[in-house]
Design a protein around this ligand. Structure first.
Ligand code: NDP
Length: 297
C-alpha cells in the first residue's frame, strides 16, 4: 500500500508511443485514473477502451492531474507540446521519461521551474514489455524531496534508482548505458552478418555469442580496479596484440563480403593508440587517449 502523501490515484500521461502506452496501461492496471494526450489522438484508442480519459487539449491534460508523465521522443517534443500551454504548468510535477542529453535535461528542468512546475528526469532501462514490472529499472534525478514524495507513483512504471539532485544525472547514466547497449548490440548484428555469410545461422551462433557477451562482466571485474589505480601495464594483453587480432577480424569480414566499417573503426582507434606510443600497454590505456578528444585536434 502507498504511504505517499501525494494523491497517488490519478496521473496524466502525455506521449503514447509504445512506451507511453505501456506506462498508461500500467497505471490503469494499478487502479489509477488516467488522463492521456497524444499528438496522434488515435494512439489513445485502446487505452480509452480500457478506461483512460482522452483529453481534448494539452491544457485539459495538464489541469486534470498534478502528476504528468511525459514519454516523448526527446525534449524538443516536450517544448512543441507544452510551450503553447505553459500557463497550465503551474503546480504540476513533470516526470519526464523522454530520452535526451544531460544538458537538455538540465535546461528542461529549469524551463519547467520558470513556469511553476517541478521536474524529475527519468531514464527508462527497459522496453515496453518491462513496464509495470518491479524487476525493471528507471534512473531518476532531480529534487530528492520530490523523488521521495513520488516514489510510490513512479514504482508503478518500474523499479527506481535515484542518481542525485542534478537533473542531468539520470540522463547521463542512461546515455552511458545506451553507449554500451547500442554498440554491443550492433557488434552482435555484425557478427551475425559474418556468420550468415559463411552459412552459420543466428541460432547456431547464439550460444557462443551469449557466452562471449555474458563473460564481459568478468572483464569489468578484472579491469575496473586496475583502471581506477591508473594501472595500464601490458602484463595480460597489449594494444599491439589487439591491433593484430582486430585486423584478422576486418579481413575475415572483407573475405566474407560483409561491410567491415564497424570493426575497421575500432581497429583505427587501436592503431591510433599504438601510434601514440601505447603499443605495449593494456587496451585500457585507450581511455586516456579517448579523453583527449578527437584525433584531428
Ligand atoms: P516514440 O518516439 O515512438 O514515441 C514518442 C512519442 O513522442 C509519440 O507519442 C509521438 O507522438 C511523440 N512526439 C514525437 N515528436 C513529437 C512532436 N514534435 N510533437 C508532439 N509529439 C511528438 O518513442 P517510444 O514510445 O518508443 O519511447 C519514448 C521514450 O522512451 C523515448 O525517449 C525513448 O528513447 C525512450 N525509451 C524507449 C524504449 C523503447 O524500447 N521503445 C526503451 C527505453 C527508453 P505521435 O504518436 O503523434 O508520433
Amino acid at each position: 500500500m502507498s504511504t505517499s502523501v501525494v494523491n497517488t490515484s490519478s496521473v496524466t500521461v502525455i506521449g503514447l508511443g509504445p512506451m507511453g502506452q505501456a506506462m498508461a496501461g500500467a497505471y490503469l492496471d494499478a487502479g489509477y485514473r488516467v488522463t492521456v494526450w497524444n499528438r496522434t489522438a488515435s494512439r489513445a484508442d485502446d487505452l480509452v477502451a480500457r478506461g483512460a480519459v482522452r483529453a481534448a487539449t494539452v491544457e485539459e491534460a495538464l489541469t486534470a492531474n498534478r502528476t504528468v508523465v511525459l514519454s516523448l521522443t526527446d525534449y524538443a517534443a516536450m517544448y512543441a507540446i507544452l510551450e503553447p500551454a505553459v500557463s497550465a504548468l503551474q503546480g504540476r510535477v513533470l516526470v519526464n521519461l523522454s530520452s535526451d542529453t544531460p544538458q537538455k535535461a538540465r535546461e528542461g528542468a529549469a524551463w519547467a521551474a520558470k513556469h511553476g512546475a517541478r521536474h524529475l528526469t527519468g531514464g527508462v532501462l527497459t522496453p515496453p514489455s518491462g513496464i509495470g514490472s518491479a524487476e525493471s529499472d528507471t534512473y531518476y534525478s532531480g529534487p530528492r524531496d520530490l523523488f521521495d514524495e513520488y516514489e510510490d507513483v513512479l514504482k508503478v512504471i518500474t523499479g527506481t534508482d535515484y542518481r542525485g539532485e542534478d537533473p542531468g544525472l539520470a540522463a547521463l547514466y542512461y546515455q552511458l548505458q545506451m553507449d554500451l547497449f547500442w554498440t554491443a548490440l550492433t557488434a552482435w548484428l555484425h557478427t551475425l552478418a559474418v556468420a550468415n555469410a559463411n552459412g552459420i545461422s543466428a541460432s547456431e551462433i547464439k550460444p557462443y555469442a551469449a557466452e562471449t557477451l555474458g563473460g564481459m562482466s568478468q572483464f569489468l571485474d578484472f579491469y575496473t580496479p586496475r583502471i581506477e589505480a591508473g594501472q595500464h601495464s601490458g602484463d595480460v594483453e597489449r594494444i599491439s596484440m589487439a591491433v593484430a587480432s582486430l585486423d584478422h577480424v576486418v579481413h575475415t569480414t572483407r573475405d566474407s563480403g560483409v561491410d567491415p566499417a564497424l570493426p575497421a573503426a575500432v581497429l583505427e582507434t587501436f592503431r591510433r593508440g599504438a601510434a601514440e606510443g601505447y603499443a605495449e600497454d593494456s587496451l585500457t590505456r585507450l581511455i586516456e587517449m579517448l579523453q583527449q578528444g578527437p584525433a584531428s585536434k
